[in-house]
Design a protein. Structure first.
Lengths: 149, 145
């Protein structure tokens, strides 16, 4: 996909993800929610952070029902993200804009454990919320472009 | 062209951020480090508006010495980041010229040099961004610059 077109749907993708994350959290019992906060906090200040170990710790503690709810929401999120990207592609094609759609595989949440999904989304949402608090834009990191003659 | 012809500059921003994270955590007393961990845990699932309260709480807890250390480390980090971006930009230009020839034109877009925030925001920001860098490493097997 033309990467300069991609930013158009970032706000939509962020909104979809935040809604899904909210549903995931609501599917957790109080113990699992407490543990999620605990492991993310410990990870953030650990002298030797180990993300996979933290995700595994959470995975062991989640109930079967919680895991299923998270997996279902992750599958739903992937589908919605896929639809949003497809809609953007169609809009670019119909507009007649020059385009090239490369194949860049999206990271698949459905292939990871519910524990990892929860920890991942928690970190990403924390970062987005902190950036919002700081009134930052989506991505203020520097980037450089080049064009050929 | 191979990467060997034009190796990417090192260190990366992720690497210097990680080092600064360690320095900042070392600058905190053990009790404040634990407090910070609990505070971040409480922010999981919190609304953006609640972040302000957490930052205020942290600002009240940190000692003057801790705040000074955080600010010094952050200033040093900012300087290193700017040098890294400059080196990366030069690398990108060399890379593009090798690929597309001498007539390649460059545009530089939205280079923002972060202003220094309060020590609490600096600390939270760095810790959470570092978690995210680890996440990228685990998920994609590569680091951001």
């Amino acid at each position: 996909m033309n990467m300069d077109k991609f930013p158009r749907i970032i706000p939509t993708l962020i909104q979809i993800r935040a809604q899904t994350y909210d549903k995931m959290l609501k599917s957790l019992g109080p113990e699992s929610w407490r543990l999620l906060g605990q492991v993310v906090g410990e990870l953030a200040v650990s002298a030797d952070p180990d993300l996979e170990a933290v995700a595994q710790q959470l995975e062991i503690a989640l109930t079967t029902k919680e895991k299923k709810a998270i997996s279902d929401e992750a599958a739903d999120l992937e589908e919605q993200v896929g639809q949003a990207i497809e809609a953007l592609k169609q809009a670019i094609i119909q507009s007649g804009e020059p385009h090239t759609f490369g194949h860049s595989p999206m990271p698949r949440m459905t292939s990871e454990s519910p524990g990892m999904t929860l920890v991942s989304l928690s970190i990403e949402e924390l970062m987005i919320n902190l950036n919002r608090f700081k009134k930052r834009d989506e991505d203020q990191s520097s980037h450089f472009g080049f064009v050929t003659e | 062209m191979t990467m060997d012809d034009n190796p990417m500059p090192t260190p990366t921003i992720v690497e210097v951020q990680s080092k600064a994270r360690t320095q900042m955590l070392d600058a905190l007393g053990a009790d404040h480090r634990q407090f910070l961990g609990r505070l971040i845990g409480q922010l999981v699932g919190a609304k953006p508006s609640e972040i302000g309260l957490a930052i205020e709480e942290l600002e009240n807890v940190l000692t003057s010495n801790e705040k000074r250390s955080i600010e010094c480390i952050a200033a040093d980090l900012e300087e290193q980041k700017q040098k890294i971006w400059a080196a990366f930009h030069e690398w990108q230009e060399r890379d593009a010229r090798k690929r597309f020839g001498k007539n390649v034109q460059f545009s530089t877009a939205t280079v923002s040099h972060g202003k220094l925030d309060s020590p609490s925001i600096i600390m939270l920001d760095l810790l959470i961004h570092d978690c995210n860098a680890q996440l990228n490493q685990v998920k994609h097997g590569s680091s951001e610059r």
